[in-house]
Design a protein around this ligand. Structure first.
Ligand SMILES: [Zn+2]
Length: 275
């Protein structure tokens, strides 16, 4: 008993000595050294075709990130859904695409991932043009909250992963919001990763404003271009929508919005054009 107490005290002392970041860095390195489960590899092959496109070094990095992500985040099934290993792997693989090549704290604000079987219904009150409050029921495929939760529809998550070239991916979308929220309310201007020397806030703002204006004009004239009109709502939705395109349709995005592609490539520190 005395030995046990002594051991506990020693551990607490080491933890305090190292401090929280050093402690979690140590724990994460340990998680990354564990062999990637064969069953997870099978899920990736079957469910997340985008992973196959990545160069081998990024595939390896992705798998290490997934091991930390899956160990640290709580996955919660909603509306009767039971969380499976497959769900954790499919969600983690897509979320971790956004943190490749970056110094990362693994979406530090996200504590729980709530998963519904399909689209989930929410009540939203909006004010119409005449100032009248309206209650709307909407079916959503995903949502990103600022209190530490990401909500996903499993059906939409699977569909988003299955087609890796249509620019629609709910997991990338919601986790892009989470990156954007790391310095306050999402506004299409996420903080750069530590040590990112490419980032220039003024240039980012200029490029994003021009591209957002172009999409708003398309939406206004109901012209179907490359980008989903959903992104014309506000700069936060715009960043989430163009993040989906960046990973899934890089060639088209680079052609139509070269300056925007360059900003995203600098920010995400990957170049999907070469995948
Ligand atoms: Zn959104």
């Amino acid at each position: 008993m005395a030995l046990f107490l002594l051991f506990g005290a020693a551990l607490a002392f080491i933890g305090a000595l190292l401090g929280q970041p050093a402690w979690s860095a140590w724990r994460r390195r340990k998680l990354q050294k564990v062999a990637f489960p064969a069953a997870w590899r099978k899920v990736l092959q079957r469910r997340v075709p985008l992973v196959r496109r990545l160069p081998p070094n990024l595939q390896l990095q992705l798998k290490k990130h997934m091991q930390v992500f899956i160990a640290e985040k709580a996955f919660i099934g909603c509306a009767g859904l039971r969380i499976t290993e497959e769900m954790r792997v499919v969600i983690a693989a897509q979320a971790c695409l956004l943190i490749l090549n970056r110094s990362t704290d693994y979406f530090r604000n996200v504590r729980q991932i709530l998963v519904y079987p399909g689209a989930f219904v929410v009540n939203r009150s909006t004010t119409d043009g005449a100032g009248v409050l309206q209650e709307n029921r909407m079916a959503l495929s995903g949502e990103s909250w600022s209190q530490g939760q990401v909500i996903l529809s499993w059906q939409d998550t699977l569909e988003g992963a299955a087609n890796a070239s249509d620019g629609r991916n709910v997991v990338i979308h919601e986790f892009a919001h989470q990156l954007d929220q790391e310095n306050g309310a999402p506004q299409g201007a996420p903080p750069p990763a530590l040590g990112d020397t490419h980032y220039d806030a003024e240039r980012w703002a200029r490029v994003f404003k021009a591209a957002f204006g172009q999409l708003q004009a398309e939406a206004r004239f109901r012209h179907e271009g490359l980008l989903n009109h959903y992104g014309a709502q506000d700069p936060a939705e715009f960043f989430a929508v163009v993040s989906e395109e960046f990973f899934e349709r890089p060639v088209a995005l680079a052609q139509e919005y070269p300056a925007l592609y360059a900003e995203l490539s600098g920010y995400y520190r990957v170049d999907p054009l070469n995948w």
